[in-house]
Design a protein around this ligand. Structure first.
Ligand code: ADE
Length: 231
């Protein structure tokens, strides 16, 4: 898989991909992540990528020309399955969407800034708009990092134990059950005895019950029949 991220703040995206699972995935050749500085596509002598909004009002708007130039260059090199725009008014990211996107080959992610981007970018260049939650970030970069992480960890071979992505919260619309490790007792706080019993079937049953009760308590909507809210 290949992910190209377009941003005016490339430095913000150095950290999230330089360590741990995402770094290993790149080292193993399972994913290529390329970060593109939008300013290098600006024809403006000051490398500006924003301008005042037509009709007035506070806040600058990202211009279409450098975004078009960058996307056009990338698309001349290969085909992309989706051109995603990170924006708080996009489709809400959930595990189902991560699963869908992880089966694709090439993705472009555009990070928004200022008051937004010229609407013509959204109308003509973007194929999908994604939000990571109903709150507003300073820009799309942290959202792009979240989206990239949540997709890449699902790629075959990225996690050491392939089953561990399958047992993640949300994979079967259930939250994950609680887990414990040594010591068996700490300050009088003990591990549920069933986990020490060695009885595999009973442990599986206990974990499932815990998942269901945790989901009922914390995300009851996941247990409702699939309706308009979920895909
Ligand atoms: N940019 C600003 N806020 C955002 C959000 N919640 N999700 C994705 N991109 C954003």
């Amino acid at each position: 898989m290949r992910i190209d991220i377009i941003t005016i703040l490339p430095k913000l995206l150095e950290g999230p991909f330089a360590d741990s699972i995402l770094k290993r995935a790149q080292d193993k050749g399972l994913v290529e992540i390329h970060v593109h500085d939008l300013r290098t596509y600006s024809e403006d002598k000051h490398k500006r990528v924003d301008d005042y909004a037509y009709g007035g009002g506070a806040g600058m708007v990202m211009r279409i020309e450098p975004i078009y130039a960058c996307i056009e260059y990338l698309q001349s090199e290969r085909n992309y399955d989706e051109v995603i725009f990170m924006t708080p008014d996009g489709e809400l990211l959930n595990q189902g969407l991560c699963n869908q996107l992880s089966s694709l080959k090439n993705l472009i992610i555009l990070c928004g800034h200022y008051k937004g981007v010229d609407e013509r970018v959204r109308t003509h260049l973007i194929t999908r708009e994604i939000s990571i939650g109903d709150y507003v970030l300073s820009g799309g970069e942290l959202g792009a990092a979240v989206l990239t992480d949540s997709i890449v960890r699902l790629l075959p071979g990225v996690l050491n134990d392939e089953t561990s992505a399958l047992s993640d919260s949300f994979q079967d619309d259930l939250l994950a059950p609680p887990v414990f490790t040594r010591p068996e007792e700490f300050k009088g706080w003990t591990v549920p005895p069933i986990l020490l019993s060695g009885h595999e079937a009973k442990i599986d049953e206990w974990r499932h019950e815990q998942s269901v009760s945790r989901t009922k308590e914390r995300r009851p909507h996941l247990l409702e029949p699939k309706g308009k809210m979920q895909q």
